[in-house]
Design a protein around this ligand. Structure first.
Ligand code: MN
Length: 521
């Protein structure tokens, strides 16, 4: 059986979801989880875009082993290739990925070039990439609105120049499966080495057809599919990794193709991305939605309860979807705790496990039943990547209610030094925020404030997600606590730490030149 390569672009195209602001540390955590999930190709980013992206790619290439690490470079910018290569070269499997718009609309609007000039540009881009590495992916942007003859000419030329993967991008999400079938058949007829090249597809879900189009491409000989975790991405998003994998696994006899992805990590990955991006997953979303395996139909009890019910085509256990109804309590032993954490997809070292267990016992003192969502939050908070934090909240006390002036008393650690202060506000959260900001010497604008109950019940933990803006820097902050004022304060301190790390980051001018900006796939 042949393979379908899962090309994950959560960290590049996925990050174009409106309002997504992740720190490098958070992106690295996602990359680490993608490695555990065993994706075949991990698109780490676009190193020439910013120093932040460069350093992230560099770290992923250096520290993470397993997938091919792919990085983007613009065909119009020779410097991009040099920067991209410098960032990715320490990976055991580096790939350079370049692209050219092919539809008349895109070519005219963004490139101001004829089809012949675009072809030359594509060829020279592949040649530039080839100077650094043998693994080169070439993408045709907006391929499904382009003249098929021009597509074929460009494909033949870039293969001749050395491209090892050719990716057709439905950048605008307009394709339907018959378009995909037609173009791939045409390519199969025209490219005599079709089987020696890895053909790939990149789809957007504007018409809800991203997965259908990708599956069609596989049936027509594509061996690689671009996707993102939870289908995040600009506009209607990309192909959802979990749906792609579920479709290929469930209908493997139909496709005669295997996927190398570790299935039991599908759900844990989805949850991590949901949590870090703050982008919710709709309840009826296939595979990872809360209702994806719920059935309200009354069905007679099966004689053998281990058998899948007839309406269930996917076994949720296979994808690491655990029954979230089990609850842990203060009686839970360390071994039981560890078992649950492992089921949830975490792989903790002894030290981390002990730290988490202590935090868990602490939580059970405030909360009778601890749900999976609580454990997720706990583990994620306790094992937050080693980003240096400047501010730490040590103590908070607020007075509010029917008193005339709500006030807050705060103890804050700033670079190891403990300071305390008190202040007033229009409510308990406002009082806490104003006091903390004054102590930290920051004056951000609060752009968004959201409070959600993480689990059911009166004693549910509150998760506060905020967005702060200061001097053009936009950051998000999160905090969780069974006390919502405390959760708010933690979210603020989290955001302030990120704001601080952004202001001390050096800016190097070799990155981003707006003039040669080019649309991506
Ligand atoms: Mn895209």
């Amino acid at each position: 059986m042949g393979q379908v390569l899962v090309f994950d672009t959560t960290l590049r195209d996925g990050m174009k979801s409106p309002g997504t602001i992740l720190t490098s540390g958070e992106k690295f955590r996602i990359a680490k989880q993608l490695v555990r999930l065993q994706v075949d190709v991990l698109e780490a980013g676009f190193p020439a875009a910013s120093e932040e992206q460069y350093l992230l790619v560099e770290r992923i290439a250096r520290e993470l082993n397993g997938p091919v690490v792919s990085v983007l470079a613009r065909a119009t910018n020779p410097r991009d290739f040099e920067i991209a290569w410098r960032a990715v070269k320490s990976s055991a499997k580096p790939r350079l990925h370049t692209f050219v718009p092919v539809s008349r609309e895109y070519r005219r609007h963004f490139l101001k070039k004829t089809a012949d000039q675009a072809l030359d540009l594509g060829v020279s881009a592949v040649q530039m990439a080839k100077q650094y590495v043998s693994d080169v992916e070439f993408s045709l942007v907006d391929a499904f609105r382009a003249d098929p003859e021009e597509v074929v000419q460009l494909v033949l030329a870039v293969i001749e120049a050395g491209a090892t993967t050719v990716n057709l991008a439905d950048t605008v999400g307009c394709a339907v499966p018959t378009d995909v079938e037609r173009l791939f058949r045409y390519l199969r007829r025209s490219v005599y080495r079709f089987d020696q090249i890895s053909f790939s597809i990149h789809c957007h879900n504007d018409l809800g057809l991203a997965l259908a189009n990708s599956i069609t491409a596989i049936a027509e000989g594509a061996t690689q599919v671009h996707c993102t975790v939870n289908g995040i991405g600009e506009r209607a998003g990309n192909v959802a990794l979990e749906e792609l994998v579920a479709a290929l696994v469930t209908r493997s006899t139909e496709f005669k193709r295997q996927v190398g992805t570790r299935l039991d990590q599908v759900y844990p990955t989805s949850r991590l991305v949901r949590r870090l991006t703050g982008i919710a997953v709709q309840p009826h979303k296939p595979v990872v939605g809360a209702n994806a395996f719920m059935c309200e139909t009354v069905v007679p009890q099966l004689a053998d309860s281990t058998e899948n019910p007839p309406y269930q085509i996917i076994n949720p256990d296979l994808f690491g979807i655990v029954n979230g109804n089990d609850q842990l309590t203060s009686e839970t032993a360390l071994s039981q705790f560890q078992e649950r954490i492992t089921e949830l997809g975490y792989d903790l070292g002894e030290e981390e496990l002990k730290k988490c267990y202590l935090a868990f016992m602490d939580l059970t003192a405030r909360k009778e039943q601890v749900f999976d969502a609580d454990l997720d939050l706990l583990v994620n908070t306790m094992t937050e990547s080693g980003e240096k934090t400047r501010y730490r909240l040590l103590y908070l006390s607020v007075n509010a209610g029917s008193i005339s002036v709500p006030n807050a008393t705060v103890q804050l650690e700033v670079e190891g030094e403990v300071i305390q202060d008190a202040g007033f506000g229009h409510g308990p959260v406002d009082a806490a925020f104003k006091t903390i900001c004054r102590m930290a010497k920051h004056s951000p604008r609060l752009v968004r404030y959201e409070l959600n109950a993480v689990t059911p019940g009166m004693d549910a933990q509150g998760e506060v997600a905020i967005r702060l803006e200061e001097n053009g820097h936009l950051v998000s902050g999160r905090g969780v606590d069974s006390d919502i004022v405390m959760a708010s304060a933690k979210a603020l301190v989290d955001g302030l730490n990120k704001l601080y790390s952004m202001t001390v980051q050096p800016v190097i001018s070799e990155f981003t030149d707006e003039e040669s900006w080019m649309p991506r796939l």
